[in-house]
Design a protein around this ligand. Sequence first.
Ligand code: MF3
Ligand code: CO
Length: 249
Amino acid sequence: MIICKSAAEIEKLRRSGRMVRELLEEIKGLVRPGVTTLDLENFVAKRVKELGAKPAFKGYRGYPCCLCASINSEVIHAIPSPRRALREGDIVSLDTGVILDGYYGDSAVTLPVGAISDSAQRLLKVTEEALELAIQKARLGNRLGDVCFTVQQHAEKNGYSVVREFVGHGIGKAMHEEPQVPNYGQAGHGPVLKPGMVFAIEPMVNAGGPDVRVLGDNWTAVTVDGGLSAHFEHMVAVTQNGPDVLTRI
Ligand code: MF3
Ligand code: CO
């Protein structure tokens, strides 16, 4: 069952969503060569507390941190570490979440560290475009498959592949609600979109092949072929007035 949110609930999700996005903006200011992913984690932990929220990820299925910081061929869920310093030319996916007033916020961006290659830049651009195009499909009259198909189509049209093992999700009073929102699918298939549905759409796009594996830490997902991977995530509500991105500041 997909839970449809009231207008008041959507406003609560907007508060948590915007808080996450503001956190990501603040972290962006810290991203530079030499900074470790644990430095970024420590910043997030401190800020979430100051803002009167709770970190959504810490303790979730035993995840030890507030932030996932996945570098280059790491796709998602890399655990911050004092041994992982960012280097010029890296790309880093930063994914974090909060709980504010009982409602979840969840968002991710992939950022360049200093100057990056043209190919890395293109991967970031196409992945973010795939997210924006998919958001535009989150409207009445469409089906969920239209959203999912759009991510896949835009990635593959540009010579990239989409990850199958991890998916976007409904979000509300739980971080992961129904439905799953894969980054692949068939247009015209799946549940009909209704007002008040809220989705976290999160394309994970690989420069090479789609296959991923999880490292021995049981969290970090990496590409099997070692190619770069990018990840962007927004929360979007389906409304009478079209897609409403709750993580826009
Ligand atoms: N944004 C991710 C998701 O939507 C991260 C949560 S996994 C966690 O599932 F373990 F880090 F919490
Ligand atoms: Co998510």
